[in-house]
Design a protein around this ligand. Structure first.
Ligand SMILES: Nc1ncnc2c1ncn2[C@@H]1O[C@H](COP(=O)(O)OP(=O)(O)OP(=O)(O)O)[C@@H](O)[C@H]1O
Length: 594
């Protein structure tokens, strides 16, 4: 109940903030429509009695009033809808903006990488229409309460026992709520499968997936799997809907019994002469309206539950990433690195999991050093990169920057001093100049900055091939957009990562996976020059992850990571002399290229 009340309050507050005028007009129009129903019953009753008594004037006037009531009840809600529609749209846009803020807001990655958060984002995406209707839903509460009160007063005038009639409206309400709960549980339980089924369906539409799907002849298999998952989701949802329908039917049956009883009561009173024919007409008309009101209340309860659920998901996401415990992040990064970066006994476990993916990591990276990280898939290389970017804080141990705890550095300030490129790089479908220049937003329009970054990333050749160079629109979002190959996109991403002139940390997490070995080698040659230049100017440290040992050997220090631990470290020659894991990997790869 609290959840519903909170969502009602929040919806009204939001509608008032967005457009108080529309809210007031819509509420007034709805109220006019709402009172016209019970008034219609009252005027009809009086008109019938006046006609039977021969009071023509009264009969005509009350019949005319009844006609106006009909007109109002038929039209007012329609006009109110125009305002609701606009308010609903504003409310939906506002919620989407909030969702965007929530998605972009957290400084870390936990929200994006949590499965339970992904479920709620998906449910909100699917049910955004609920939010667009929430203002109307909430105002309908006032309408129904007014109608029910008026109806109750009129019924009590005829026969106080008739006041019991609205009580019969309670079972349908409770039944509706139970049914909604069942559906909600079923939706949450099936959210993961629903995501999977959507993913399998999307594969059929994706041009990237089309090649492998055709090559491996996977079309039928993917359709089959999609069908199995979809059927399972549908089966569970259908079952919840059937149980819900049975519950609702029971509730309505109880109301129907009360309804029949009340009509019998008034008709008997009229036969015995205690009530007039007008009273019977009034009671029957009101009883019909009571039924509609009960049905409206059930629908309203469902809509309120849905609204509360969507509101609950939004609040859940809002509360899902509380600020991480630890010292306040109020320090700015140093202008230059003099000492370097140090990891002391660092361990890390992803939120919601029970395995340490990094353990006991200790290491000192002196300023100006180039460090390469190698290791098996899943050994923890990218996770270490995420910790260095402050996407997560270590669960144990400490990372220091020139002796200062990394947690004390303002993440946004620290990231402004990082240049990074990731294996799952972003394809920013914009003008090439912007797609690169956004790597350092304040310098997007600085003359020569984008060109310099392109040179550092060895990507001039990619730009030269574009129809209008840096001014070319990239990607399929534009009619005249130029689509790039995977490797070309990666070079654009690399250029973006080269935009910052004075980074303290250069991170390259397999940034060249889509490039051929020769290109990667040439790129890293150039990159190493840039890194050393940065090292001299700012003492900046370079950390790169690569599976190509020909590239890795250029680094000053190579770390071999296995199962979240550093198992070997040293220069290329030192590690070869050690004749351990690195030496084995290196000779295997060298033999493959020979
Ligand atoms: N968001 C996440 N939530 C839970 N576990 C995760 C998450 N991201 C990665 N992991 C787990 O952490 C471990 C290390 O993953 P990581 O991506 O750091 O490996 P990697 O060495 O970079 O692998 P690769 O060479 O394949 O890129 C893996 O076991 C992976 O399953």
């Amino acid at each position: 109940m609290n959840r519903v009340l909170r969502s009602v309050g929040a919806t009204l507050a939001s509608a008032w903030r967005l457009s108080p005028g529309r809210l007031i007009i819509a509420a007034l129009l709805m109220m006019l429509g709402a009172v016209s129903g019970p008034l219609l019953a009252l005027f009809l009753g009086v008109a019938v009695d006046a006609a039977l008594d021969g009071r023509t004037d009264v009969a005509v006037w009350t019949a005319a009033a009844a006609a106006v009531s009909v007109l109002l009840s038929l039209t007012m809600e329609h006009f109110a809808h125009i305002f609701f529609f606009e308010l609903g749209d504003l409310h939906k846009q506002d919620t989407e903006r909030q969702l965007g803020d929530l998605a972009h807001g957290p400084v870390g990655l936990a929200l994006h990488e949590r499965r339970d958060a992904a479920d709620r984002f998906e449910l909100l995406r699917q049910q955004s229409w609920t939010l667009s209707q929430s203002v109307q839903t909430v105002l309908t509460i006032g309408v129904l309460l007014t109608q029910i009160t008026l109806t109750a007063v009129l019924l009590a005038r005829i026969e106080p026992w008739l006041l019991l009639l609205p009580i019969f409206g309670v079972p349908p309400l409770i039944a509706g709520r139970l049914a909604e709960r069942r559906l909600e549980r079923a939706e949450l339980v099936t959210a993961e499968s629903a995501r999977l089924s959507w993913h399998l369906f999307e594969l059929a539409l994706s041009s990237t997936a089309a090649k492998e799907i055709r090559l491996f002849g996977l079309g039928g298999e993917l359709r089959r799997r999609h069908g199995v998952v979809r059927r399972e989701v549908d089966r569970r949802l259908r079952r919840a809907e059937w149980v819900g329908a049975a519950l609702r039917f029971t509730g309505q049956l109880i109301f129907a019994l009360g309804y029949i009883g009340s009509i019998v009561l008034v008709v008997r009173a009229a036969i015995s002469g205690e009530r007039t024919v007008g009273d019977v007409v009034l009671a029957i008309t009101l009883a019909v309206q009571t039924n509609a009101q009960a049905a409206g209340a059930v629908a309203l309860a469902q809509a309120l539950q849905r609204n509360a659920r969507a509101f609950g998901w939004l609040s859940w996401i809002r509360d899902a990433t509380p600020p991480e415990p630890g010292p306040p992040a109020d320090q700015t990064p140093p202008a230059v690195l003099t000492d370097g970066i140090e990891l002391r006994d660092v361990a890390f476990r992803y939120p919601g999991t029970d395995v340490d993916v990094l353990q006991g990591l200790s290491l000192r990276i002196p300023s100006g050093t180039i460090v390469a990280i190698v290791g098996d898939n899943g050994s923890g290389k990218s996770t270490l990169v995420k910790l260095l970017c402050q996407f997560y804080r270590p669960t144990a141990g400490e990372i220091t920057i020139d002796g200062a705890d990394l947690r004390r550095l303002d993440p946004l300030g620290w990231r402004q001093r990082i240049s990074a490129s990731f294996q799952d790089y972003l394809r920013l479908e914009l003008r090439a100049r912007s797609s690169i220049g956004l790597g350092d937003l304040p310098r997007l329009d600085e003359p020569g900055a984008v060109e310099r970054a392109t040179r550092r990333a060895d990507a001039e050749e990619v730009i030269d091939r574009l129809p209008v160079g840096l001014e070319t629109y990239l990607g399929t979002s534009y009619d005249n957009g130029f689509e790039l190959s995977g490797g070309q996109w990666q070079r654009i991403a690399l250029s973006r990562s080269m935009m910052r002139d004075d980074p303290l940390l250069l991170l390259l997490d397999e940034p060249a996976a889509a490039l051929d070995p020769l290109t990667e080698h040439a790129l890293f040659d150039r990159y190493a020059d840039a890194a050393r230049d940065v090292g001299i100017r700012t003492g900046g440290v370079t950390v790169f992850v690569s599976h190509r040992f020909s590239t890795v050997r250029m680094a000053d220090v190579i770390l071999v990571v296995s199962d979240g631990r550093i198992v070997e470290s040293g220069s290329h020659d030192e590690l070869l002399a050690l004749n351990g894991m690195y030496a084995e990997f290196f000779s295997l790869q060298a033999a493959a290229y020979r």
